[in-house]
Design a protein around this ligand. Structure first.
Ligand code: CDP
Length: 229
């Protein structure tokens, strides 16, 4: 059947599997827009922490209260910018505090429903590479090519530390980070609303031991084989 809109490509997978950096590189090569859906969950988490909303109140938040947090998404061409109270959010989204709380926030049905429209409007015209946990299953179930990225827990922990600290981590640090990542994976996979899982028909790519450029090339080849661009 002929496609009615330009392509949508999804990359899902657990923490540190390389989704976001790969999606960004693939989008750049294709001249597509990149949606980092994790950044949206992080932005709401950042706003809740910044506004001092007590954690015991998070579960009862309603759509209007989420709107009142003043998290806004603006699309400029292929770039998706996220603001809180008019301030562009960048490295704040990846702070230890935000990372520690984001899975709890992402498990709230009100939060997921609130972000669904935001994500779909970013991808409404296709020419999109979207990465996250439920891109191929829930947000863009009709995506043209779906990937599921995996890697060993230890490698994911090592990469994450290298990315955050810019140096080779000590073994004890790797073990501690692996525990944190495993805990977040468990929370993300076991929640009832849009859990992390491999989308049907997704191509699984194990990136353990794969250099970043090879990972991007592999995805590019699959995309070019599977969808007329
Ligand atoms: O980069 P990393 O894998 O550490 O995380 P992320 O992609 O920034 O996502 C942060 C958190 O947001 C995840 O641990 C999930 O709890 C949540 N998330 C989600 O539930 N659904 C998505 N589509 C994307 C992220």
């Amino acid at each position: 059947m002929p496609r009615t809109r330009p392509p949508v490509i999804t990359l899902d997978g657990p923490a540190g599997s390389g989704k976001t950096s790969t999606a960004q590189a693939v989008a750049r090569r294709l001249g597509f827009r990149h949606l980092d859906s994790g950044a949206l969950y992080r932005a709401l988490t950042f706003a809740l922490l910044k506004e001092g909303v007590p954690e015991q109140e998070w579960a009862t938040l309603e759509a209007q209260q989420l709107t009142d947090l003043n998290v806004e998404v603006e699309v400029e061409g292929d770039v998706v910018n996220i603001y809180h109270d008019g301030v562009l959010l960048t490295s704040d989204l990846r702070s230890t505090e935000v990372t520690a709380s984001v899975s709890a926030v992402a498990g709230l049905p009100a939060v997921r429903d609130w972000l669904l429209d935001v994500q779909r409007s970013v991808g409404a015209h296709g020419n999109l590479v979207a990465d996250g946990r439920d891109m191929g299953t829930v947000v863009f179930p009709d995506a043209d090519v779906k990937f599921f990225l995996v890697a060993s827990l230890e490698e994911r922990a090592r990469r994450r530390l290298l990315q955050d600290h810019g140096r080779e981590p000590a073994e004890a640090e790797v073990q501690e980070e692996a525990r944190r990542i495993e805990q977040r994976d468990n929370t993300d996979s076991s929640r009832s609303h849009s859990p992390l899982r491999r989308p049907e028909h997704a191509l699984e790519v194990d990136t353990t031991g794969l250099p970043f450029d090879d990972q991007v090339s592999l995805i590019m080849r699959q995309v070019q084989d599977l969808t007329p661009l």
